[in-house]
Design a protein around this ligand. Structure first.
Ligand code: FUC
Length: 750
């Protein structure tokens, strides 16, 4: 039994027991039922609504009044006024939608105890097998085997079903969808098509057309069509190929041709055998997946089915589950975010509901960002690409929003966006009126560039995005009376209510941190490219006027300009926005007075939270260098309260950010990097004294291999794409070394 498999002794009962497949665009949840197999289907561009721009012309005329009320300390009144006039129209966004369900009805039952269901992360193939009841006892029972994968190589979903004896496969195939539409009438016996239309929402008309295509290939036996079903009789084996296409082309263009796309992909795979499709899929998956391996030790606890391992993790003897969690996070990233696809949303690409929690959209006050904490360190840099493409779209839609709502240049993003790249303040002022979502995305894009060793082509591509976000912030910053400071107002510290009965405020700590990072990124990018834009001086001057970190009476890092932290209604709030400066930002250096204050804040907030809240806390404790504490928090995530049996993160409900944040946190415990220093085993817990990791990536475009024993590194290997000097450190030991481009270097620490 290897360490890259999820497995179970029974079919999925709930959706969160089913196993996810994905190629970035197509997603499927496989249930593995014996009598009925079910694939719940998704396509990443099937959302409700259509192109729209939710600007509210009333927002700008009321902006000055909202600002004045806040600066006068009349927060609740300010929030009420903002709720009346400052929100986007509509004040809710569109949601990610399920495409349909494919059912295979076998109508038979398995011999008790013969069933096994797995997801092999190394091949990205889901399997199930069982022995059929009533087919003889002993070794001669008739068994069935199924496998399924979502191929990025051929852009289709494929499943194969086979029996252990020829001529024994009899079942029915049918398809349905919760969207508008119907099965296309026809006589074809090996083909089913659904033609559909999305729903409108919140007054925005549904403008997407889509299609689902199902193709059957039989080995032996016969098939016929009865109404909307295909009937397979006495076959040796069957292969079913599924595809979905929508008319989405861009956030402002829905002129695509779903039927044409389905036809083109059908003919592209027509000449390929199942073995060809499978081999191409595995090769493409492994190209990414096999770049990193991790071993944290293995005990017999790792031999149990995955659901039992989750239930047992708190016992502390299944280190291999933490390693599996990293690989599962990488698997989910590869399956939900590839160049040219949409970014991973709140549920990656897996959603069964027409009214999903929080719209299954892109929440940008933590959740979308957390989804992308993993790919750089996990050696999946190309999976980051959809986030950059999204930011580029936002520079267009967000520019209109900035102009109409703030009279500002540049582009803005508040706390959510969707397929149509809406950027306005939504839900309510308490959550939505936060103008620094774009600043956060930019800070993250810049960190991505740091991981890529600031490759010039990437920096060039980022510059217009950074410039627009910076321009917007310069235009909205307001002087704080009686001081020389500049602050955001209105804003809030996501999504925490302060003691004055509102969330809305001026200059929350997180904004000051985000803007500092944004400005630094802009200055670094322009200086690297030799740009002499006069805005550089403006930025440098404004940066000086940002409010520095403040330490409150409880010794904590203040979340707001004023020392309100201990008087909030929710002291254990899931968001830890002001700790952004410690992680993911590098503004607060471990070991400093500020880091101590941040730690105090973290202690006050407590360890338990929603799935993503726990994911963030793991990373924060890792940055603070406390591996045992980080591991305690990890144990909260790897528990039945915060992980479903398929290892999906439970907010609850399912939200994928915790998977990515938790996996990133485990890597952060093993390797960190800052200012050309690579820090090995910065937060190793007692449980992981022996282990190894190969192919973890650090800033500077460097890959690191590491082996440790007794909690100390025994072998360190580095590979850099360019010649550069780095410092490698571990506890008290450090070595300075020049890496040669493309040359693997082994070092010894002194
Ligand atoms: C933010 C969080 C919630 C949830 C939602 C999608 O509003 O505060 O916990 O994750 O996003």
């Amino acid at each position: 039994m290897h360490n890259s498999e999820l497995w179970y002794r029974a079919p999925a009962r709930e959706w969160t027991d089913a196993l996810p497949l994905g190629n970035g665009r197509l997603g499927a949840m496989v249930f593995g039922g014996v009598g009925r197999e079910e694939f719940q289907l998704n396509e990443s561009t099937l959302w409700s609504g259509g192109p729209y721009q939710p600007t509210n012309p009333e927002a700008r005329p009321n902006l000055a009044a909202v600002r004045e009320l806040i600066l006068a300390g009349r927060y609740a009144e300010a929030e009420a006024l903002a709720n009346q006039h400052s929100m986007a129209v509509p004040h809710l966004q569109m949601s990610y939608q399920p495409a349909g369900n494919l059912f295979l009805d076998f109508g038979h039952e398995a011999v008790a105890g013969s069933y096994r269901r797995t997801l092999d992360l190394d091949t990205a193939i889901a399997h199930s097998r069982y022995i059929l009841l009533g087919t003889g006892i002993g070794g001669d029972g008739l068994s069935f085997k199924r496998e399924a994968f979502a191929s990025a190589a051929d852009d289709v979903l494929v499943t194969r079903i086979g029996g252990s004896r020829p001529g024994t496969l009899t079942f029915e195939i049918w398809l349905d969808s919760p969207q508008l539409g119907a099965i296309v009438p026809g006589e074809a016996t090996t083909r089913l098509d659904f033609s559909g239309q999305n729903f409108g929402k919140h007054g925005i008309a549904g403008q997407l057309r889509f299609g689902i295509g199902v193709d059957l290939r039989l080995e032996g036996g016969s098939c016929e069509r009865r109404g909307n079903r295909l009937l397979v009789r006495d076959a040796d084996a069957a292969v079913i190929i599924v595809d979905i296409a929508t008319s989405f082309r861009r956030f402002d263009d829905v002129s695509g041709d779903p039927a044409g796309l389905l036809a083109a992909r059908r003919s592209a795979v027509a000449g390929k055998s199942y073995e060809d499709l499978r081999a191409a899929h595995v090769a493409e998956h492994q190209r990414l997946f096999q770049r990193l391996s991790i071993n944290l030790g293995r005990t017999p606890a790792a031999d149990l089915p995955t659901d039992e391992r989750i239930a047992n993790f708190a016992n502390g003897d299944d280190q291999a589950l933490a390693a599996l969690y990293v690989q599962y996070g990488r698997y989910l990233m590869i399956a939900s975010s590839r160049p040219g696809t949409q970014p991973a949303n709140l549920q990656g690409i897996w959603n069964k509901e027409t009214r999903p929690p929080w719209g299954s959209k892109y929440t940008t006050n933590i959740n979308l960002q957390m989804n992308y904490w993993l790919p750089d360190a996990a050696n999946l840099a190309e999976c980051f690409e959809p986030l950059l493409a999204l930011a580029e779209d936002l520079t267009v839609t967000g520019a209109e929003m900035a102009r109409v709502h703030y009279g500002a240049r540049g582009w803005v993003l508040h706390h959510n966006t969707d397929l149509w790249r809406a950027t306005g303040p939504v839900d309510g002022a308490q959550w939505g009126l936060w103008p620094t979502g774009g600043a956060w995305l930019c800070a993250q894009l810049w960190d991505h560039a740091e991981f890529a060793g600031r490759a010039v082509a990437l920096v060039r591509r980022l510059l217009p995005v950074l410039t627009g976000a910076t321009r917007f912030i310069l235009d909205i910053l307001q002087p704080l009376s009686g001081t020389n400071h500049l602050v955001t107002v209105p804003s809030l510290s996501p999504e925490n209510v302060h003691p004055h009965g509102a969330a809305i405020c001026a200059g929350p700590t997180m904004d000051n941190q985000l803007i500092r990072d944004l400005f630094d990124a802009y200055l670094a990018a322009t200086s690297q490219l030799g740009e002499t834009d006069p805005m550089r001086d403006e930025v440098a001057a404004a940066r000086e006027r940002l409010v520095p970190h403040r330490i409150g009476a409880a010794g904590q890092l203040q979340e707001w300009l004023e020392d309100w932290d201990m008087d909030v209604p929710e002291i254990h709030h899931r968001h830890v926005s002001h700790l952004y400066g410690l992680y993911p930002s590098q503004q607060i250096e471990p070991g400093t007075t500020l880091a101590k204050a941040a730690q105090r804040s973290l202690e006050i907030r407590g360890d338990n939270a929603t799935g993503w809240g726990i994911g963030w806390r793991i990373n924060l404790w890792a940055r603070l260098g406390d591996g045992n504490h980080a591991h305690d928090v990890l144990a909260l995530l790897l528990s039945p309260d915060r992980s479903y049996t398929n290892l999906f993160d439970a907010h609850p409900p399912f939200q994928i950010d915790g998977n990515f944040g938790g996996a990133a946190g485990i890597l952060e415990m093993l390797v960190q990097s800052r200012n050309a220093e690579i820090i090995l085993l910065p937060a190793l817990p007692d449980q992981w004294t022996e282990g190894s990791i190969r192919g973890v990536r650090v800033r500077g475009g460097i890959e690191v291999d590491l082996q440790w024993s007794g909690g100390r590194c025994t072998l360190v290997g580095l590979r850099s794409g360019t010649m550069q000097q780095v410092i490698v450190s571990e506890a008290g030991r450090r070595v300075e070394i020049t890496l040669q481009a493309g040359v693997a270097t082994e070092i010894a620490l002194r």
